[in-house]
Ligand binder design. Structure first.
Ligand code: NAD
Length: 495
């Protein structure tokens, strides 16, 4: 196991790719503009990165479209595409320490989370999806004896993937693996807060054998590069993970341009229901703490709203506060650290604003509170628990995207379901009960894409990921992800 000193030494030896990757080569933004990439743990500059805008988008889309039309990837035998994507997975694995460091330095996530979650998940996503390529069949429709109707899955063309900063490599692979597997050309616009791992991935994609123009990466801002992708007439699919606000803008761009398909993985405010018949209060409390404090709460499926049954409230809260104390913000390069800094100062300010609002609205801070700087540097927030919360409070309704947990109470199952569903979001939910009937009953009634019973956050390449309501549409992962990146085509033959 690599230790703190070794990670620090490795981080010093890293070199950063910092230019756009278009048509198989790195190049500066056409405007020559750059933006700074800052390490949120030290507030030091990592590197200045090319700031792409509409001109770069036009160039990348042209090269992606040409590659698509040439058939160099879109018409490649499925088993060849599989071989190349498997090679890409192997290359990411060979460079796993480098990828772990890139995201940790870029956005502050702890190195232990990178090595335990993001890296293995990203590799598995590419590998699993690659393995699917030559196992998906078309159909023959039961039309009758005089005709033959063939139904096939065709690539869609040019896919633009716009991704967030909270799981930079992982969110990128969830989009690009199925999009590439289906034979499309892809343009990835990573978040301006964490572009470094995507740029390295592009280079490895070429090394694996993905033809020039098939996978391009455009670092840049949302209102420039992102918007230009959204409005481009030759982009056929927008695959997005990010905030609900920007998700809505992408739908507008599609309407204003070519009705491109828009797949959205957006925000969340997931509830965690703790019933008095839950088997192990301590386990429920420890998982509840992990569900909001891991990755500093910068997790779309974070269970930021707890509803605990009144009869066990006191015991549960005591166990929760105890469990939460094990989350201590610290240097993300230390493998013992389980909470790094927030991604930037703006995100830290958001956390502080919501803690103040919770206090103003009558919440009782049981742990944590307003952020303080550790040794004067880094955007560190404290794990914060606010009790006496209820659905009428702003911080219980709005996504904070930080380590702030609201604890509310309920008395009956019906009330718990109603409170859980009283949210514009519908991404995940956790339910704690030893009663099997209740587990099923409550799971059926909660409006969200994913429910975890007596657990939280479990996922696998075989299982779809995504939400309902303002949390989005479509699903990443599993064979269902392929539906986003393929068109159904039919061919009628009169016999
Ligand atoms: P964000 O919406 O600010 O940015 C996401 C991406 O959109 C970035 O690449 C950004 O540059 C781009 N963007 C911003 N404005 C744009 C515009 N006008 N046009 C086109 N692109 C634009 O989100 P964020 O702060 O990076 O990420 C946090 C959000 O992501 C949270 O709401 C979180 O819940 C959500 N998220 C959801 C999931 C999920 O699977 N549902 C997973 C991770 C994160």
């Amino acid at each position: 196991m690599t230790n703190h000193t070794e990670w620090k030494a490795l981080s010093k030896s890293l070199t950063f790719r910092h230019q756009a990757y278009i048509n198989g080569r790195f190049q500066p933004a056409i405007s020559g503009e750059t933006f700074p990439c800052i390490n949120p743990a030290t507030e030091q500059l990592l590197v200045d990165v090319a700031s792409c805008d509409e001109a770069d988008v036009n160039l990348a889309v042209e090269s992606a479209l040409q590659a698509y039309r040439s058939g160099v990837w879109s018409e490649l035998e499925p088993k060849q595409r599989k071989r190349i994507l498997l090679k890409l997975a192997d290359l990411v694995e060979q460079h796993k320490d480098e990828f772990a460091l890139l995201d940790t330095l870029d956005m502050g996530k702890s190195i232990s989370e990178m090595t335990a979650i993001d890296i293995p998940d990203s590799i598995d996503c590419i590998r699993w999806t690659a393995e699917c390529i030559d196992k998906i069949y078309g159909e023959i429709a039961p039309t009758g004896n005089d005709t033959l109707a063939l139904i096939s899955h065709e690539p869609v063309g040019v896919v633009a993937a716009i991704t967030p900063w909270n799981y930079p490599l992982m969110m990128a692979t969830w989009k690009l693996a199925p999009a590439l597997a289906a034979g499309n050309s892809v343009i990835l616009k990573p978040s301006e807060k964490s572009p470094l791992s995507a740029l390295r991935l592009a280079e490895l994609a070429s090394e694996a054998g993905i033809p020039d123009g098939v996978f391009n990466v455009l670092p840049g801002f949302g209102h420039t590069a992102g918007k230009a992708l959204g409005l481009h007439h030759d982009v056929n699919v927008l695959a997005f993970t990010g905030s609900t606000r920007v998700a809505g803008m992408l739908m507008e761009y599609a309407g204003q341009s070519n009705l491109k398909r828009v797949w959205l993985e957006a925000g969340g405010k997931s509830p965690n229901l703790i019933f008095e018949d839950c088997e192990d209060v301590k386990k429920a409390a420890a998982t509840a703490a992990a569900a909001i404090f891991s990755n500093q709460g910068e997790v779309c499926i974070a269970c930021s709203r707890i509803y605990v049954q009144k009869s066990i409230k006191e015991a549960f809260i005591a166990a929760l506060v105890e469990a939460a104390k094990s989350y201590q913000p610290g240097d993300p390069l230390d493998p013992a650290t389980n909470m790094g800094p927030m991604v930037d100062e703006a995100q830290l300010d958001t956390v502080a604003r919501f803690i103040r609002s919770a206090q103003d609205e009558g919440g009782q801070v049981l742990l944590g509170g307003l952020p303080e700087y550790i040794e004067g540097k880094g955007f560190y927030a404290k794990p914060t628990i606010v009790a006496e919360a209820h659905n009428g409070m702003t911080f219980v309704q709005e996504e904070i995207f930080g380590p702030v947990l609201a604890v509310c109470e309920f008395e009956t199952e019906e009330e718990a379901i109603a409170l859980a569903n009283d949210s514009k979001y519908g991404l995940g939910a956790s339910v704690w009960t030893a009663n099997l009937s209740r587990a099923h009953r409550v799971s059926r009634k909660i409006h969200s894409g994913m429910i975890w019973v007596n657990t939280w956050g479990e996922g696998d390449s075989t299982v779809p990921f995504g939400g309902v309501k303002a949390s989005g549409n479509g699903r990443d992962k599993s064979l269902h992800a392929m539906e986003k990146y393929t068109e159904l085509k039919n061919v009628w033959i009169r016999l």
